[in-house]
Design a protein around this ligand. Structure first.
Ligand SMILES: [Mg+2]
Length: 311
């Protein structure tokens, strides 16, 4: 209806907004910057998401590229903030997508372990699915009085060092280190059948006063030395909703994607053939998109809470 127009819904006649709301029966919403900031829900969003589900009868899913919590932990956080989601199946998270991918991957040998560069949530999600892993959290640091040469000699020269690994998974890792990259490089270079997955490839997280490297920065370092490309288990890869499409749980052309980041959320909507609503509660407002090489959303609202009167 508003294809890539970037129109502000507050400038559209209410009847037209209501007719646009009728054009979809599933809503997928990004979390950070769209529904919540850290542990606090953004004003008005809980009422909107619950009204979309309970009053308007839409199927509602929350989606995140955040690999720092398991799907169940994210569902608990959503519930604690007041979002009424019927089950954790309504959370789309990279940790769960990784598990689903490995379980369906014909070349993944489930008797082998997964090497995790990232948060322990990835290890917890794998373990709950019966997949063993190692490396998550603080592991792979140099020991006291150790040198990187001693690390390589001790850890990477035994034949089993790469052969017993079925997948390398990379997520955001505050303990990212040379030793972790060296191990990943060794495994991926010497074991072609090993899967190479990333929770997401978000390059940078921008805040008003500083910027922090995103998972994409870690992934790029390993892709460069291993000379292999990681498969992205988060937005904007359409693979993350393929299981819902296969199960006929959603029709992309009748689905609305809500988010705060054009490069990730609007691009994801386009890649999946879904409609897109950009909200201005993150780092991008409509006026800041002009003149930039960023995908234009179908529609825009300064805040998701602005939608409530139309539902
Ligand atoms: Mg976001």
């Amino acid at each position: 209806m508003f294809k890539a127009s970037g129109v502000n819904l507050l400038d559209v006649p209410p009847e037209q907004v209501k007719s646009w709301l009728d054009s979809f029966d599933t809503v997928i919403s990004d979390c950070d910057g769209t529904l919540w900031q850290h542990e606090t829900a953004i004003e008005g969003v809980v009422a909107v998401m619950n009204a979309l589900q309970l009053r308007a009868g839409k199927q509602v899913y929350l989606i995140t590229n955040n690999g720092l919590k398991t799907r169940h932990e994210l569902w608990q956080r959503a519930q604690n903030l007041g979002f009424e989601l019927p089950s954790e199946e309504h959370i789309i998270s990279p940790t769960q997508t990784i598990v689903d991918y490995l379980k369906q991957c014909a070349t993944f040998d489930s008797t082998k372990k997964v090497f995790v560069i990232g948060n322990t949530a990835i290890a917890r999600e794998l373990k709950a699915a019966g997949i063993e892993s190692f490396g998550a959290g603080e592991a792979d640091q140099l020991q006291p009085d150790d040198t990187w040469q001693q690390f390589v000699q001790r850890e990477l020269t035994q034949p089993a060092a790469a052969e017993h690994v079925g997948a390398v998974v990379v997520g955001w890792d505050e303990h990212f280190s040379y030793c972790k990259v060296a191990r990943a490089c060794h495994i991926l270079s010497s074991n072609e059948s090993c899967a190479f997955l990333a929770t997401n490839k978000d390059e940078v997280h921008r805040y008003p006063k500083f910027a922090m490297p995103g998972t994409g920065a870690f992934v790029s370092a390993i892709e460069t030395c291993a000379q292999r490309e990681a498969t992205e288990m988060g937005k904007p890869n359409p693979l993350v909703i393929q299981s819902l499409i296969d199960a006929a749980a959603l029709q992309p052309e009748r689905t609305l994607m809500i988010g705060d980041c054009p490069k990730v959320d609007v691009a994801f909507a386009r890649n999946c053939n879904m409609q897109s609503l950009l909200v201005g509660t993150g780092n991008y407002q409509l006026e800041t998109l002009c003149g930039k090489q960023l995908p234009m959303p179908d529609v825009y609202l300064p805040r998701l809470g602005n939608l409530l009167p139309y539902i």
